[in-house]
Ligand binder design. Structure first.
Ligand SMILES: Cc1cc2nc3c(=O)[nH]c(=O)nc-3n(C[C@H](O)[C@H](O)[C@H](O)COP(=O)(O)OP(=O)(O)OC[C@H]3O[C@@H](n4cnc5c(N)ncnc54)[C@H](O)[C@@H]3O)c2cc1C
Length: 387
């Protein structure tokens, strides 16, 4: 067993670190304040070949794996610069396309997506279905031989404003008529500027550059060329590839946790009350040390999940555990850091409290803690289904 990173993996971690120093936390916060997408940074990552880390080289990517994409996220988030769009685009959309797209789709979409010239968002969530994706109601009704008309809506779709295309999960057979509850789903590539697509921003109380949107589809015309995989069989590939999302979210939480701990360690060395640096008080030191331990343990599980995914082994168990613990460890870490800063934690100058909403989000989205624990209870431990 070898826990060391290869030279190439170390280089990717360092690249993330460097990119986050060029486009640093100050840059990220300025963008976050205005909810303005960090396009210069995104394009830079694309030009340097890092958006398509997992895309084969013949389609413009780097031909690397989940571990490398995960390390890129860690390198960025370690500096307090999480790039949420890497989850939505690089791990989710481009991953699906590279794995399940037709040759024509891969040639058409991937090269420009890898450079950041064309962007993808990923849309599954619907207001009425929530965590129960089986109950989504948007539907692309087959019309004639190879056409479909898409109707319905999606909610909380990250980066829909800067996306040229959306990977949209929709029904092609209504729930009531499907052979089983997982049957009747299809994944489509939808042109976000097509007739019948409308976007409405959602106001979110989280400091992040990426915006969230409601999408409305009104008779959007699609063809067989827009289908990824097989009509009605989208669920099989969908659940195969949600693991990268879990791994990336864990990596983001881990990086942000490390960033918060680093800031707190520095602050508690310098801040003196009652004649000694506050870091010497175990009341602050131990929660930070415990948080550091949790973060590094979460990192181990996240790397194990990425490794299993890259080996083509079942990665659901490790990915779900990594997502659960990555989010929890990040919340604990930021909470411990906030305590160290006292009142200063809540000032804009120090910006520590700003990290909290983002890591707290990770417990809920893109998949909530309870669904993750149910997965572990049922699929890993063999306990009875709870829903
Ligand atoms: C900032 C942000 C970005 C997002 N980006 C995207 C995106 O790009 N694309 C996309 O498709 N979606 C996106 N989402 C949606 C996200 O995936 C959902 O919000 C999330 O899956 C939870 O669904 P819900 O909000 O409908 O919560 P609900 O399903 O209403 O659940 C509410 C709460 O109930 C509990 N709960 C639900 N079911 C169970 C159960 N079976 N057992 C125990 N407890 C349960 C959970 O604690 C959950 O937090 C985003 C959301 C946010 C906030």
């Amino acid at each position: 067993m070898d826990f060391a990173l290869s030279d190439e993996q170390r280089m990717i971690l360092d690249y993330g670190d460097q990119l986050a120093k060029t486009y640093d936390r100050e840059y990220w916060l300025a963008k976050a304040e205005k909810h303005e997408f960090p396009m210069e940074m995104w394009r830079q990552a694309g030009e340097d070949g890092f958006i398509g880390v997992m895309v084969p080289e013949e389609y413009g990517g780097a031909g690397l794996g989940m571990m490398e994409l995960c390390l890129l996220m860690e390198g960025l988030a370690n500096n307090g610069v999480p790039l949420l769009f890497l989850v939505v685009t690089s791990a989710m959309s481009l991953g699906y396309l590279a794995e399940y797209g037709t040759e024509e789709q891969k040639r058409k979409y991937l090269p420009d997506a890898c450079t950041g010239k064309k962007n993808f968002c990923f849309a599954i969530t619907e207001a009425n279905a929530g965590s129960n994706s089986m109950k989504i109601q948007s539907i692309a009704k087959p019309v004639g031989n190879d056409r479909f008309l898409l109707n319905g809506s999606k909610t909380f779709i990250t980066g829909a404003d800067v996306a040229d295309y959306g990977l949209v999960v929709t029904r092609t057979t209504p729930f009531a008529e499907a052979a089983s509850k997982t049957d009747g789903f299809t994944l489509f590539i939808v042109d976000m500027n097509a007739k019948g697509v409308e976007k409405q921003p959602i106001d979110i109380s989280i400091k992040a550059p990426e915006m969230q949107f409601q999408l409305f589809f009104d008779d959007v015309e699609l063809t067989q060329d827009d289908v990824i995989g097989e009509v009605d069989k989208g669920f099989d590939i969908l659940f195969d590839t949600l693991n990268p999302e879990r791994i990336m979210v864990a990596a983001m939480g881990i990086g942000l946790g490390r960033y918060a701990i680093d800031q707190a360690v520095e602050y508690t060395r310098d801040r003196v009350v009652f004649d000694v640096p506050i870091g010497s008080h175990q009341g602050l030191q131990h929660p930070l040390a415990a948080a550091k331990t949790e973060i590094e343990m979460a990192s181990l599980m996240t790397h194990k999940a990425a490794w299993a995914f890259d080996q083509g082994q079942p990665a659901g168990e490790y990915s779900n555990m990594a997502k659960y613990f990555g989010a929890e460890a990040a919340i604990h870490a930021v909470d411990a850091a906030v305590q160290c800063f006292g009142g200063n934690a809540f000032t804009k100058d120090y910006g520590i409290f700003d990290i909290y909403p983002l890591v707290r989000l990770l417990r809920t989205a893109p998949i909530n803690r309870e669904i993750i624990l149910s997965y572990i209870g049922q699929h890993v431990m063999g306990m009875p289904r709870s829903y």
